[in-house]
Design a binder for this molecule. Structure first.
Ligand code: CP
Length: 331
């Protein structure tokens, strides 16, 4: 494996194969598998889980890692094409990425969406540039349109929770004080569709996911025996749900327009998952969220602290599945 950028780049069987390897590595640790190998990690945006779990996973496989957080002890990196670099950034990724790649055996990069131009972000303009600049195996640690490591961990979590393949999976928009990127909803939608689930995207008007993401997921669902729909009707969506996956994202109607987005979301603070959301769901319905989550803003304490929430298992599974990805790339 030279690239782990998007679940959609792989077949369902290839994903299942990586998940099988993840289980094998958990059952039969290989503490020397990556001895002498180095993973470089570049975080253009903050992280808790991704940073810690990749470093821990690399160490557990006998390898080592370095972390670059531009502007925090290392040069600030410019990402704009044809930028006149008379601001804070002292170095461009066009030099920075190849140099860092030359020091390691694989590189992971986190580069969120710019959040201004939906078409450019959905086209992965920045990450495509990073991809071209990196001549070593490359892992997407969250880009404008994808978070495949999170999606892989969530697939494993669903399997461990014995959520049936055809179960009803509700990807629900939840409130956040400001617009967040589309990467996790995009990756989650694709994951659930590839797994073969009955996927319902629940979102208020103005927050529909981009049509190309919906079309891609519908195509994946068609191949895996699942289906994909979308609605703004919360009651209908939650009826019979086996899983509610809560996620915050920005208005696609007002993409790049912070004021327009803020006006729209101001009336949506009741989109905080409470226990009452599960009244008509399956009795043992699960609550998923990639974390970080704002308590009592996106999801209420009563749900996060109850038995439905599997958010810590999702986070732990990041470590397990990423070790499998690293093993595939470097062992
Ligand atoms: N879910 C996730 O990627 O967490 P971090 O942003 O903390 O890495």
């Amino acid at each position: 494996m030279r690239r782990f950028l998007d679940l959609a780049d792989f077949s369902r069987d290839e994903i299942l194969d990586v998940l099988t390897l993840a289980q094998r590595l958990q059952d039969h640790p290989e503490p020397q598998a990556l001895a002498g190998k180095i993973l470089g990690l570049v975080f253009l945006n903050p992280s808790l889980r991704t940073l810690a779990s990749f470093q821990a996973g690399m160490a557990k496989l006998g390898g080592s890692s370095f972390v670059i957080t531009p502007g925090q002890g290392t040069w600030q990196l410019e990402t704009g094409m044809n930028a006149t670099m008379d601001g804070a950034a002292a170095e461009h990724i066009r030099e920075g990425i190849p140099v860092l790649a030359s020091y390691c055996d694989a590189l992971g990069v986190r580069a969120f969406a710019d959040g201004k131009d939906l078409a450019a972000d959905m086209n992965e303009t920045l990450f495509r540039m990073i991809d071209e600049l990196c001549d070593k195996p490359l892992i997407n640690l969250e880009s404008a349109r994808g978070h495949p490591c999170q999606a892989l961990a969530d697939w494993r979590t669903l399997d461990q929770e014995r959520v049936p393949r055809r179960a009803k999976f509700v990807l629900s928009w939840v409130y956040h004080p400001r617009a967040l990127p589309l990467a996790v909803p995009a990756a989650t939608l694709q994951m659930a569709a590839m797994r073969g689930m009955e996927v319902v995207v629940l979102r208020p008007d103005g927050f529909a996911l981009p049509s190309e993401l919906m079309a891609r997921a519908r195509a994946a669902a068609g191949m895996s025996g699942g289906e994909v729909s979308e609605t703004a009707d919360r009651g209908a969506a939650l009826r019979g749900a086996h899983v509610v996956y809560a996620k915050e994202w920005g208005s696609t109607r007002h993409y790049g327009d912070a004021d327009g987005d803020a006006r729209l979301r101001a009336g949506l603070t009741d989109w905080c998952v409470r226990e009452s959301w599960f009244d008509a769901a399956q009795p043992a319905a699960r609550l998923m969220h990639c974390l970080p989550v704002r308590r009592n803003v996106a999801v209420a304490d009563e749900v996060l602290d109850g038995t439905r929430a599997v958010v810590r298992r999702e986070a732990f599974n990041r470590l397990v599945v990423q070790m499998a990805v690293l093993h595939r790339m470097l062992a």
